[in-house]
Design a protein around this ligand. Structure first.
Ligand code: NAG
Ligand code: NAG
Ligand code: NAG
Ligand code: NAG
Ligand code: NAG
Ligand code: NAG
Ligand code: NAG
Ligand code: NAG
Ligand code: NAG
Ligand code: NAG
Ligand code: NAG
Ligand code: NAG
Length: 416
């Protein structure tokens, strides 16, 4: 009898903690046929300004989110298929898709939030509806298969972070339900997540034989023509490449770490652009281009080029994307991200970074200037605080329940 209120309190508190994680099912239909179906949990980390400070809030996609049939479409009229989920007063999450016949991918990810919703954004100094878009998302799968990613995957979208987890989705669907065949994301292949129980699942993205583990952190720099250091970088790098393997006679997805002791750096620095070129044993060349906007005094990583000529390849692998927008910071400062970040470059190549710090402009000494830290690091610092607060609350509830229980049984003894 004494235990039951405490137990009830424990269960309630437990559900309150778990309750933040919800999975939502969203479907876009045309007539009787479904063309996009998504089951996912999503949370958003959004910064906004009050009159005298900047605040950060965590919002999760609620169960009540529904598909906006007005904006969503199957894309039969020449436009791309588009899934738009709306929730709360004027918030929306949009996923637009494209295909080339054999693969489909999320072409852009849109988040819209309404700062006048004071329950989410208390004391916001603006009542604007803000829309942010990212076109480098890296969610892609073979057509007629379901994209699966149970592991949380964060995406930086215009200063906010969108984190998907427990995600299963398919576009250009051949039937009205998710295809049983799955394309499994790299994070799930690497983690200890048990493989899906569905029999006969053929993952089109071949699992890497042995994941190479976290790469070692390298220190790289670029010198000016007069010998002074003009670019500093410190990071662990992991290449994630899909290529045709000679030995296995099929396309494989490989994770390869860059070994700092075998890698040399070079590059160049100009007023509004800086290039870092990393070369590992003449077989791998990785080129980073940073661009400075002299008006806004902000810089970002705008281009990544990879050339790889490995013995197991039929032809040299080359990939390049020069319209990227990663690692955004202010001139004269460094950009830092201790958390693992995935920089999507092209469907067949992405780059994982670990414990990264870079400063491509206005390097005055051989040391990094003040760092601007990525959103993911800031979020991770919040987690222990939230967990601590939840545990403290739990202990308090149990203690109160125990005291009440004790008082009641004492009262009982006295009346006998
Ligand atoms: C949808 O299905 C119903 C019953 O199966 C059928 O009567 C109706 O014509 C279908 N509508 C379309 C647009 O195919
Ligand atoms: C908040 O205000 C600062 C300057 O006070 C500005 O640089 C920043 O862009 C603002 N952030 C948002 C999300 O509006
Ligand atoms: C910000 O403004 C609010 C209301 O104007 C005030 O209560 C609060 O103390 C201020 N905070 C700081 C850090 O100035
Ligand atoms: C994102 O996709 C939607 C739907 O295809 C399109 O209307 C919108 O213009 C796209 N946004 C950007 C920035 O490409
Ligand atoms: C679609 O894109 C992938 C990756 O870029 C490529 O391997 C494939 O050949 C393309 N398919 C078609 C039909 O163009
Ligand atoms: C996908 O499935 C549909 C229906 O089963 C089929 O017509 C189409 O050819 C398939 N596409 C590919 C690329 O396998
Ligand atoms: C840059 O110059 C320093 C000496 O000033 C030298 O030790 C270093 O090796 C040079 N780095 C590169 C990449 O050339
Ligand atoms: C080296 O060259 C850069 C520009 O190319 C210049 O800003 C810097 O002052 C020069 N340093 C020395 C010691 O001459
Ligand atoms: C590679 O695979 C293809 C088809 O899967 C097969 O025709 C070919 O003989 C194989 N080549 C080797 C060297 O095993
Ligand atoms: C590079 O470092 C790795 C791991 O620290 C070590 O095993 C390897 O022998 C080193 N190679 C050279 C050429 O120093
Ligand atoms: C690196 O990329 C920049 C911009 O894309 C290009 O100008 C430069 O030639 C490239 N360098 C190498 C060594 O590939
Ligand atoms: C530089 O930043 C300003 C202000 O944010 C913006 O208006 C301009 O378009 C940017 N220039 C380039 C080349 O991106």
């Amino acid at each position: 009898m004494k235990l039951s209120p405490a137990l009830a309190a424990l269960i309630i508190a437990w559900f309150a903690v778990l309750g933040c994680i919800q999975a939502v099912t969203l479907e876009v239909k045309e007539g009787n046929s479904t063309c996009i179906k998504a089951q996912l949990s999503a949370s958003f980390s959004i910064s906004y300004n009050t009159s005298n400070s900047t605040r950060n809030v965590q919002v999760s996609l609620p169960d009540s989110a529904t598909v906006d049939t007005g904006s969503s479409s199957c894309g039969t009229t020449g436009s791309s298929p588009w899934l738009v989920a709306v929730f709360g007063p004027g918030h929306a999450l949009g996923l637009s898709f494209s295909t080339n016949g054999s693969l489909y991918s999320v072409a852009n990810l849109t988040l819209q939030y309404n700062l006048s919703d004071s329950s989410v954004f208390p004391e916001a100094n603006s009542s604007d509806v803000v829309t942010v878009v990212s076109s480098s998302v890296g969610i892609w799968a073979t057509i007629n298969t379901t994209y699966r990613c149970v592991s949380p995957s964060p995406f930086e979208v215009g200063g906010t972070t969108v984190t998907f987890s427990n995600m299963r989705l398919e576009a250009y669907m051949p039937g009205n339900d998710l295809s049983p065949t799955e394309s499994v994301c790299v994070a799930d292949q690497a983690s200890t997540t048990p493989p899906p129980t569905t029999a006969g699942t053929t993952t089109t993205v071949a699992p890497a034989p042995t994941p190479p583990g976290t790469p070692e952190r390298g220190m790289y720099s670029v010198n000016n023509t007069n010998g002074t250091v003009c670019l500093l970088a410190q990071m662990g790098l992991q290449l994630n490449i899909s290529h045709f393997s000679l030995s296995q006679n099929k396309t494989v997805q490989e994770l390869v770490n860059l070994a700092p002791n075998l890698t040399s750096s070079s590059g160049s620095c100009e007023a509004s652009s800086a290039t870092l070129v990393l070369t590992q044993e003449r077989t791998t060349t990785l080129n980073f281009t940073f661009t400075l906007n002299s008006t806004s005094h902000k810089y970002h990583l705008s281009g990544i080029t990879l050339l790889a000529n490995w013995s197991d390849m039929t032809a040299p692998f080359s990939a390049s994307n020069t319209s990227l927008n990663y690692l955004r910071s202010t001139a004269g400062r460094s950009y830092m991200c201790n958390a693992e970040q995935t920089l999507f470059v092209v469907p067949t190549f992405s780059l994982n970074t670990f414990k990264l710090q870079v400063q491509p402009f206005e390097v005055t000494t051989r040391q990094f200037a003040t760092a601007e830290e990525c959103q993911m690091d800031q979020d991770q610092m919040l987690i222990p605080i939230i967990v601590g607060a939840a545990l403290a609350g739990l202990v308090l509830i149990v203690l109160i329940a125990y005291l009440i229980g004790r008082k009641r049984s004492h009262a009982g003894y006295q009346t006998i």
